[in-house]
Design a protein around this ligand. Structure first.
Ligand code: GDP
Length: 327
């Protein structure tokens, strides 16, 4: 059994930038054991005053678009050219379904993971979206308390987790392939609408003309979306992780976005709204857990759900009946 640390030990370790304690604290946040959750809440309380000072960037794109190669190149660029400390939280939706893992691949982000100024943490997606949401959001705050000033949250742009990630980052970067077509890439319009920037990847060698024309196409498409409350117009750029080109304009976009939205108040307002969003989310989740865990509900569940499946009872009536069982 690994040693259990006290909340103060976790807090001191994370604040001093101790990687082992940071990793252990993140594992604690991911735990679903009630005793761990109590400890996790105590640790979070201590961390909150030290969190919030990073720029949080969501990065998404379908498998094969070049996310890990891009993050390796872009991350190294930020460390070397801008002296940043970078944490990468990678949400892996495949780990649960297949037992395997796209993101767990050890060869991903080799130089970045060897750099003492970077921290890379793959996270299993967990059983529920709520699981991803809670532990990833808390991991962001822990990494901030540990002194990381840029946080990437990486997701594979095919699932539901993008919406959750969008609700926990300041800037959302969508990576796209040229010439594959949106449909083929499985990118839903909703995800494009969330993007603060789109970067067309692999813009090198023979791919360059296609990347440039995709850039024009997406620029046109994004112009059709009305300006949001941030007043930011999304950028479309091309980049190559192989040639390390087009990285500066992407970071410039992030910085310009931060400057604009900090200036017009949207940045803080959005973070406050995100806090409220997660409060509501947590309440829904805890209510649901309490409901399903209640002994009376458990005892009636099979009967009532069976009647609903057979069409003998309406789902609404059944829900009301089950709710009446609660104190
Ligand atoms: P991920 O699944 O989105 O993480 O994608 P990877 O980073 O694993 O890259 C997928 C494939 O694209 C790999 O075969 C990479 O070698 C290739 N690739 C990644 N970045 C570039 C690039 O900048 N240029 C070119 N030509 N190929 C790239």
């Amino acid at each position: 059994m690994p040693k259990r640390f006290s909340p103060d030990e976790y807090a001191a370790g994370v604040l001093s930038g101790n990687r082992v304690l940071l990793s252990r604290a993140i594992t604690l946040m991911e735990s679903t054991l009630p005793s761990d959750q109590t400890l996790a809440h105590e640790v979070m309380e201590k961390m909150l005053p030290h969190a919030g000072k990073s720029v949080r960037v969501g990065i998404t794109g379908v498998p094969g678009v070049g996310k890990s190669t891009f993050i390796e190149a872009f991350g190294n660029y930020l460390l070397e050219e801008h002296g940043k400390n970078l944490a990468v939280l990678a949400i892996d939706p495949t780990s649960q379904r297949t037992g395997g893992s796209i993101l767990g691949d050890k060869t991903r982000m080799e130089t970045l993971s060897a750099n003492p100024k970077a921290y890379i943490r793959p996270s299993p997606a967990g059983k529920t979206l709520g699981g991803v949401a809670r532990s990833t959001r808390e991991s962001i705050l822990l990494c901030e308390a540990a002194g990381f000033d840029v946080i990437f949250v990486e997701t594979v742009g095919v699932g539901q987790s993008e919406t959750a990630v969008h609700e926990m980052v300041d800037f959302f970067l969508l990576l796209m392939l040229a010439g594959a077509g949106d449909e083929l890439q499985g990118i839903k319009k909703g995800i494009m609408e969330m993007a603060d920037a789109i970067a067309i990847t692999k813009a090198d060698g023979p791919n360059l003309p296609a990347a440039t024309s995709a850039q024009a196409e997406y620029k046109g498409a994004l112009h059709l979306f009305p300006l949001g409350a941030s007043k930011w117009s999304p950028r479309v750029t091309v980049c190559s992780a192989f040639e390390k080109s087009g990285l500066a304009p992407i970071w410039d976009s992030v910085m310009e976005y931060v400057q604009l939205t900090q200036g017009n108040g949207y940045f803080q307002q959005r973070r406050q709204e995100q806090n409220l969003h997660w409060l509501r989310h947590s309440i829904r989740q805890q209510l649901e857990e309490r409901f399903y865990q209640h002994p009376a509900v458990k005892a009636q569940w099979e009967d009532v759900s069976g009647q609903v499946t057979q069409g003998q009872k309406s789902p609404f009536a059944a829900a009301a009946e089950l709710f009446r069982l609660l104190p």
